[in-house]
Design a protein around this ligand. Structure first.
Ligand code: DAH
Length: 340
């Protein structure tokens, strides 16, 4: 029996159990009531007193070693759980896939495009790094206009004629330069201004430019188009007003306000307690601008507008801080699961 004990003790030392099944086999073979050690105890009972003395201690030690080994194999298996492929519980619910969503500014941009496309406008694009002619001169900005000065415009150091466009109106010039009327186009894009970053201003933001040039285009067309836009974007109860204004590239010019959707006229910081929020500049394309693009102002007229996408989005979703749009904070972004 001594020999058997020795052999089993060596076997126990060498045993590996890296799955639940192999651990169970080990338990059945060494620990269970029908296992080999139990059998040895049965045999032990039939031995003479002399022989019992010889093997009793070793047999007890074997039993103890087998149990300790079982415990340590069990612990090792337990600690590996979750690290690998052991014990996959197929009944657990799956981890939900995180599907991204469109940025709120894109949601608004697509919505604006959708509205104007239905009115027969197409979508055009132009460069963000622009020259002075397309951003200012062709748009009838006088040589000494304050918008050209350093505090507003990011100029490109290597070439003083180049700058980051301050508005999307540059695309009007590019479009009229290569396409003759009728032109009916909207031009979304990013623009840059040298401003300190705050809740209300940022060094870059987004605009959508609109341009309609044809025979007999009138201010009434401009008003009706933008009125239609506001109703489509915000619902039929929205109010819109045109305020006389000035832009070098339009004559006459108007600022477009809509009723404040943050406070509904009660007064808040977004509408500066006026009940109205400015969403766009607009006007009839200045004859000089048409001439600069080779279009005869005697034959054609046109209207144009430039809308702030951040502003339109702010009123749509009640976002109160401009910085949220570019901070990439997932807690903000994941709230916009809506469709266009
Ligand atoms: N470019 C102007 C701005 O950035 C907005 C604007 C006003 C665009 C009148 C237009 C327009 O096309 O007709 O402030």
């Amino acid at each position: 029996m001594q020999e058997q004990i020795q052999k089993l003790s060596e076997e126990i030392d060498k045993v590996v159990a890296d799955t639940r099944d192999s651990l169970e086999s080990y338990r059945l073979k060494f620990i269970s009531k029908k296992g080999v050690i139990s059998q040895l105890f049965d045999e032990f009972r039939g031995l003479s007193g002399e022989e019992k003395k010889k093997v009793g201690k070793a047999l007890n030690e074997l039993k103890q070693a087998a149990e300790e080994r079982f415990k340590s194999l069990q612990d090792t298996l337990e600690s590996k759980k979750g690290q690998g492929d052991i014990d996959i519980d197929l009944t657990l619910p799956p981890v939900e896939e995180q599907i991204g969503n469109l940025h709120p500014l894109n949601l608004t941009r697509y919505k604006i495009i959708q509205i104007f496309e239905r009115l027969g406008f197409n979508v055009s694009d132009g460069p963000e790094i622009e020259d002075d002619w397309h951003n200012f001169s062709a748009l009838n900005f006088p040589e000494n206009h304050p918008a050209r000065e350093m505090q507003d415009t990011f100029f490109i150091e290597k070439n003083p004629d180049m700058l980051l466009r301050t508005h999307t109106s540059n695309v009007q010039i590019r479009l009229m330069g290569k396409q003759k009327p009728p032109i009916r186009s909207i031009m979304p894009g990013r623009v840059y201004r040298n401003e300190a970053i705050s809740a209300r201003a940022h060094c870059f933001f987004h605009q959508v430019e609109g341009l309609y040039v044809d025979r007999n285009v009138s201010f009434a067309d401009l008003k009706q188009t933008l009125y239609h836009f506001a109703k489509e974007m915000y619902g039929k109860d929205i109010q819109i007003r045109f305020r006389p204004s000035f832009f070098p590239f339009t004559e006459p010019s108007a600022e477009i306000d809509i009723s404040c959707l943050i406070c509904y006229g009660d007064g808040c910081t977004v509408c500066k307690h006026s009940g109205w929020v400015e969403i766009a500049g607009s006007g009839m394309v200045h004859p000089n601008v048409l001439k600069n693009c080779g279009i005869d102002p005697e034959e054609y007229t046109g209207f144009a507008f430039g809308m702030g996408i951040e502003r339109v989005t702010q009123l749509r979703y009640r976002v109160n801080d401009l910085r949220l749009y570019s901070e990439n904070d997932i807690r903000f972004l994941k709230q916009f699961k809506s469709v266009i």
